[in-house]
Design a protein. Sequence first.
Length: 185
Amino acid sequence: MIDDALKMAKEAMDKGKDRLARELARVRTGRASPALLDDVRVEAYGSQMPLNQLATVSAPDARLLIIKPYDASTLSAIERGILNGGLGLNPSSDGVIVRVPIPPLTGERRKSLVKQIKDHGEDAKIVVRNGRRDANDLLKEAEKDKEISEDDLKKGLDRIQVLTDEYVKLIDQTIAKKEAEIMNE
């Protein structure tokens, strides 16, 4: 029963950690990364489509993204999608590809990004704590139903707390690393 609760908690905590990693990949750090455009939606073929379904995105150097549309007729729609994406990027097209220069970050923008990543980190910690709470509830219910002893309950709660502390520490380290990356770009 304790192992089941630990497994359940670990799965929930992994989801929080993975979601944090995805969110941080989307945060613009002044360095070109195709993941910056993951959330960009483009009006094409009569519907809103993710950019990565309409084109390939590559980063030939640290300050430039290149977007090659599969269909040249979507070129202007891709440009509009990037402009409307709220990323503060200004794409330019030569009729074949779209170039998106990544401008250096201002001090104010860096502080704003650090606040944003800390918010993502707090969201991930909430997911971790919810996983802990659910696992603890499972163990307490098992003890109440006499499936496990009071000693086993205490051991299980302690092991879940150790797991929670590990994940919180990992999230804090991830946030600190991303913060350093943003502030030192």
